[in-house]
Design a protein around this ligand. Structure first.
Ligand SMILES: N[C@@H](CCC(=O)N[C@@H](CSS)C(=O)NCC(=O)O)C(=O)O
Length: 264
């Protein structure tokens, strides 16, 4: 008797599990390596996320998308953690805030500014598609993801299963394409070929969020992104009718970011 009950339960359990697994979003996550430091920092003014990544073995760090007004906060955190900032790097030439990369070079001598060559901005280091940015034993692969601007890059850390998408992909949305060489067709192509081609469990970290969300995954965005789940023609139509006001800082930010924040 006991064995038949066990058999019934044994048959039911796998099928119930299978049903709930097929209904729920994948929750599988790639754990971070013990020697990898990751911090997500926020600027309340421009709703910008800055990311601190470090190799805890060598203590080398990089900062992605720092904000000028918060450069002191970032430099203090880096010093307190005993890290050396190798690159103050940018996903693109921002239009809504001045990058902190110039100021960080002053605060943390030895640090170098970095941006894509295609951005047209001045920097100590220029990178292009498929090049690697190394810090200690860790690395970021540069993927050219034009569309919001010509020079947009997504930085992919394959070992940690994470990607920093700048303004190319926002959580459930994407960067606007109505100025700075913006192109909805290019953005659509970039996301589908360079971001949605990553494994579903890869975590995605955007340069902004305006609703308080902090991270997403490739699988979630392929399912729930309100713009990028649409066919190209519909996507272009959405992007051409966003009617967003221009960022209030654009006239100050773009000239300053052309020189990696040194003109302020
Ligand atoms: N109100 C903000 C600017 C908001 C904005 O335009 N954000 C950009 C990214 S920064 S250029 C964007 O692409 N938004 C897409 C969207 O759908 O909101 C300001 O004045 O700074």
């Amino acid at each position: 008797m006991l064995s038949s009950v066990t058999r019934v339960v044994g048959r039911l359990l796998p099928s119930a599990t299978a049903i709930s697994a097929s209904r729920a979003m994948a929750t599988k996550t790639i754990p971070l390596s013990d020697d990898f430091l990751f911090r997500q920092l926020f600027d309340r003014e421009s709703c910008t996320y800055t990311y601190l990544l470090a190799d805890l073995g060598s203590k080398q760090a990089v900062l992605i998308d720092p904000v000028l007004e918060l450069a002191e906060r970032d430099a203090q955190l880096i010093s307190q953690l005993g890290l050396t900032l190798k690159y103050a790097m940018n996903t693109h030439m921002h239009a809504d805030h001045v990058t902190g990369s110039g100021k960080l070079k002053e605060l943390l001598p030895g640090c170098r500014s970095l941006i894509s060559k295609a951005s047209g901005a001045q920097a100590d280091v220029h990178v292009a598609d498929s090049e690697l940015v190394e810090f200690g034993r860790h690395k970021l692969e540069c993927r050219a993801t034009p569309g919001h601007t010509n020079g947009c890059l997504t930085y992919v850390c394959k070992e940690q299963g994470m990607a920093f998408t700048g303004d190319t992909l926002l959580i459930r949305g994407c960067g606007r394409t109505d100025f700075q060489e913006g192109s909805p067709t290019a953005l659509f192509e970039s996301v589908h070929t360079k971001i949605f081609s990553l494994p579903d469990e890869f975590k995605l970290y955007p340069a902004h969020d305006y609703k308080g969300l902090t991270e997403t995954t490739v699988g979630e965005e392929k399912k729930f992104n309100a713009r990028l789940t649409k066919p190209l023609k519909e996507f272009v139509d959405i992007m051409e009718n966003l009617n967003l006001p221009y960022p209030k800082m654009i006239d100050k930010a773009v000239p300053a970011n052309r020189v990696c924040g040194l003109q302020f």
